[in-house]
Design a protein around this ligand. Sequence first.
Ligand code: UDP
Length: 309
Amino acid sequence: MKILVTGGAGFVGSNLVARLDALGGHEIVVLDNEVSGARAAIADCAHTFIAGDITDPIAVERAMEGVEAVVHLAADTRVIPSIEAPRFNFDVNVAGSLVILETMRKLGIKRLVNASTGGAIIGDATPPVHEGMVAAPLSPYGASKLAVEGYCSAYAASYGMNAASLRFSNVYGPRSWHKGSVVALFIKQILKGETLTVYGDGGQTRDYVHARDLADGIVAALGSDVSGPVQLGTGIGTPLDEIIDLLREISGEDIAVDYKPFRAGEIVHNWCDIGHARAAIGYDPKIGLAEGLEETWRWFVDNREKLAL
Ligand code: UDP
């Protein structure tokens, strides 16, 4: 199958491209504007790289030539900047996704796997979050993802497409050098000998899923005809202090931590129910946190010089 991966040079994208390349049997096209990702991240994987923006219909049409399925990962995922500049976030995430859907419609491409999010769409709810919950985004970023899920549903119904929206929980893993999410951030800080800052008492939970388990979920969705939202994660809420303890063990470093007050507006507990993903696409995350964090730590250490850490 010839597959277009938008945002294929980013964190989740590069892990997916590596996975598809390892599985074999697919022709991979990557469309990426390299604003946060970089094509160097997938230099070790067979693919055709197209430098371009999802908001540019000409670049998108060129990238979709001969393609049978699209995995749409390209987005501006920064929550705080979306609050400062909601229009920009809309233009990239919503208008850009409409270019993807419109070009698919024009070219008759019927399969879309769209990257979405559980936490930011559902807002402050009692975990575990799941697809049956009413959406109440707290940020323009969350609203943009909800809007795109709406368009995916509408295009599926109106134009006979299959459009699944995979709601990712907190993803960590190798190839996350540019990420500000907590695992990547803490590893970079440990490597630089910096003190970690915990906003809160360290008891706050998140559902940390390894990027390769997530990539397997995307591949499973591609091989199915599932439409609509599908929550991916592990189903386990892990306190932040547990992440720090594991990193202490793995790195052998004496990690200093500064505890500060919880940040306003932040959700304390969040994890998800992956029952629908298990039933609908046979999703089955396998990588435990100790093993996954060890691999991630090792990846940063091995790439330390290249990353100038
Ligand atoms: N966090 C923290 N210190 C940091 C960065 C993050 O205590 O330097 C906490 C943050 O408050 C949250 C958790 O780590 O409770 C996960 O943060 P991240 O930004 O990775 O994900 P999100 O909050 O968007 O789920």
